[in-house]
Design a protein around this ligand. Sequence first.
Ligand code: KE4
Length: 442
Amino acid sequence: MAAFERARLRIPGGVNSPVRAFAAVGGSPPFLVRGEGCRVTDIDGRELVDCVGAYGPLILGHRDPAVVRALREQLDRGTALGGPTEAETELAERITLAMPAVEMVRLVSSGTEAAMSCVRLARAATGRDRILMFDGGYHGHSDALLAQAGSGVATLGIPGSPGVPAAVVQDTLVLPYNDLDRALGVFAREGERIAAVLVEPVAGNMGVVAPRPGFLEGLRRVATAFGTLLVFDEVITGFRVGPGGGQERFGVRPDLTCLGKIIGGGLPIGAYGGRRDLMEQIAPAGPVYQAGTLSGHPLAVAAGLATLARLADPPDPYPRLEALGARLAAGLEAAAGALGVPLTVNRVGSMLTPYFAAAPVTDHATARRSDRDRFAAVHRGWLARGVYWPPSPFEAGFLSLAHGEAAVDQVVDAFATALAGSREPAAEGPETAGAILQPSDP
Ligand code: KE4
């Protein structure tokens, strides 16, 4: 508690990204000092099985030896060098090899920059202003994308945060995820005004929500028909749900792709890429401006290359990630079933979310109808029993290649005990109730 109080004196909410403050689950966040494999250790020496994975990057787990070695070797050569490096070219080549729809790529320092730049590029390339995104999707905190679904049938976004001018989101259309009919209707009405459709091929920011069969394919068809660019935000799913991300897993070819997280191996990174005719419009090759002091940072690139190399090395790691994810999901469902508690676990590969809901969770509205108090109570019990799970019902839990069956079973056992103990949601609610963790949060 002392660390959190001290932090809150000098850092808004005591954290450098809202979700870390535990506002959605109550209590104080553990302050961490070390990660090793599938575990993290906090300042009190508590060791926790880590299912946060730094919110997605750590698909190899903490301090993977190859990543540490690559970082050490780069450190011996310097940190930021102030000029292009061949390693950046190698990372771009690895990405384009894994994702054929990505013919060229620009490295940046965050997923926010990647998505923001894709929007600017799409608007420049099409000469249009409207952007279509989906309620509960999150594409970083650039103004145009901090839009919330309007009320009722209104599709024009409303500001998702104070400080976002209505004028900036007036061209941002927000529809329910997985609702292809609504999207087709908007296109019929104003498709020729839409520069881009921006979508997570697997939603990870309303909790995990998989695309309905035909949803992504339908967006591809209608975007092509209206000359709109299809942009896949693969900041989470890139190299997570398969070697070629969601675009390979679902067989839908976007025009532009956003990346981040895994491609930096735990260091700050983002990237956007896609069709060559589009990317060559980016400065200095073309007129669309985007820049970044530390874009393509040698340490992030070194960690990213080591991570992607490991993922590309035989034996194929994705079947193992799939098996670990399935084991965890089945364990959580069995535990809830034994206690007669309605639970829906949405999972794609090694990213998953347990919703305390009896009905399927297929979009933001159904995700928000899940029992969040129950989630908060279980989360507290989970943490007390040695599991570090993302502190929000609208985040994805992640497994890594460093998790073994024993760690997964420990997560399940702790969940079962926490769930049994969560008959009634704990008296104390979230300490900073009402804090905005993410625009899609309640
Ligand atoms: P960053 O700017 O945080 O690197 O990336 C933004 C972003 C873009 N697109 C998607 C699909 C994302 O999930 C994100 C960021 N993800 C959140 C977790 N849901 C980051 C965690 C946080 O905000 O602290």
